[in-house]
Every structure is written in structure tokens, then in C-alpha cells.
Design a protein around this ligand. Structure first.
Ligand code: 5GP
Ligand code: MG
Ligand code: MG
Length: 183
């Protein structure tokens, strides 16, 4: 494989672009069913959720609005810092709205529990979570996630919006990086 091609940096592909697309379509159908006739606002968490937000929302057939939040959790490495800051807040007042938070991945759930309590204080009519990937740690957490793309092993993955040091978000498949990338 060509070294200049990002896919060549993966040691293992966990999910192909087709696997991801199929699962996103299934979840979109569930969301269509659950929110039919409701005033739905999707909140994407930047930057990782950009890809899933774009695909999920277009796989849905019901009306929705979209807004975005940016929070910081990880730095450029692979360890959770536990520090959460709002870098960009919503443009929308969510009080009385049916809100579905769209996430790329939940690891410890630290970032999400902070976000959810923050959003809950704004008194939405309902507040649910969709995440494309979820790691085992998150199960111990109190945050209830309604829609999960895939439960994955406790490994650092990239692709489909997920980065390592800002790179690999544009990879259409999802997998683990080869050790040479880290060194
Ligand atoms: P948590 O607070 O749940 O531990 O971490 C959530 C955030 O950490 C995610 O939104 C994502 O930015 C980052 N993260 C957690 N696990 C991974 C991973 O396996 N790969 C990548 N690229 N980012 C991850
Ligand atoms: Mg995220
Ligand atoms: Mg990141």
C-alpha cells in the first residue's frame, strides 16, 4: 500500500465504510420512528461527530434541525484529561425542544456526563444520546445512551471523524493505528 495513503497506517480495520453506512441507516430508521411528528433538534459534538451527523441526518426521513457544540476533552494524545471546556456553545435555545445529542465515541463518558448535565439545565422537552462508537468503560457510567452504533473494545481507534493528532478524520473506515504512527 502507498505510504502517502492514510488507510495504510491502520493495523486493523474494525469497521469498513459499508459496515458504518449500514448501521447508520438502521439507527436513522429508529430515530424516524421515535421522533415522527416531533420538533427534533440534533446537536452534533464537534469535531468528531461531523461525519456521523452528516450521514445520520441524511439517512433520516423526518424533519430536524441541527446545531453544534464544541467541547474539549482529549488533547492531541490518546488519554482522557478529564478536563471539559465549552469552546463553542449552541446557537439555539433548546428549552422545550426534543434534543438528540450526536456523538462520535464514548470512552469514559466524562465528556458526555458534563455535556448532558449542562444541556439538562436548559430544560429541553427530552434529551437523548446517539453515539457511533462506545467503549466498555462507558457502561460503568451513569449516562444512558439510547442509540449505539457499535460497542467496541478498549482500543484507540481512528477514522469516520475520529482523529489522532488532528489526522485520520477523513478515513471512511474505522480501525486501529499501527504503532509506527505514535513514535
Ligand atoms: P470520554 O470523555 O468519553 O472519555 O472521551 C470522549 C472523547 O474522547 C471523544 O469524543 C473523542 O474525541 C475522544 N476519544 C475517546 N476514545 C477515542 C478513540 O478511541 N479514538 C479517538 N480518535 N478519539 C477518542
Ligand atoms: Mg465526541
Ligand atoms: Mg480527538
Amino acid at each position: 500500500m502507498d505510504d502517502a495513503h492514510i488507510e495504510g497506517d491502520l493495523t486493523r480495520v474494525l469497521y469498513s465504510a459499508e459496515d458504518v453506512a449500514r448501521r447508520v441507516t438502521e439507527i436513522a430508521a429508529e430515530i424516524d420512528e421515535a421522533y415522527r411528528g416531533k420538533d427534533l433538534l440534533l446537536i452534533g459534538v464537534l469535531n468528531g461527530a461531523v461525519m456521523v451527523m452528516a450521514d445520520l441526518s441524511r439517512a433520516m426521513k423526518i424533519h430536524c434541525e441541527m446545531d453544534w457544540m464544541a467541547i474539549s476533552s482529549y488533547g492531541s494524545g490518546t488519554q482522557s484529561s478529564g478536563v471539559v471546556r465549552i469552546l463553542k456553545d449552541l446557537n439555539t435555545d433548546i428549552s422545550g425542544r426534543h434534543v438528540l445529542v450526536v456523538e462520535d465515541i464514548i470512552d469514559t463518558g466524562l465528556t458526555l456526563s458534563y455535556l448532558i448535565s449542562n444541556l439538562r439545565s436548559r430544560e429541553p422537552a427530552s434529551l437523548e444520546i446517539m453515539t457511533m462508537f462506545r467503549k466498555p468503560e462507558a457502561q460503568k457510567n451513569m449516562v444512558k445512551v439510547k442509540y449505539v452504533g457499535f460497542d467496541i473494545p478498549n482500543e484507540f481507534v481512528v477514522g469516520y471523524g475520529l482523529d489522532y493528532a488532528g489526522h485520520y478524520r477523513n478515513l471512511t473506515s474505522v480501525g486501529t493505528l499501527s504503532p509506527h504512527v505514535y513514535s
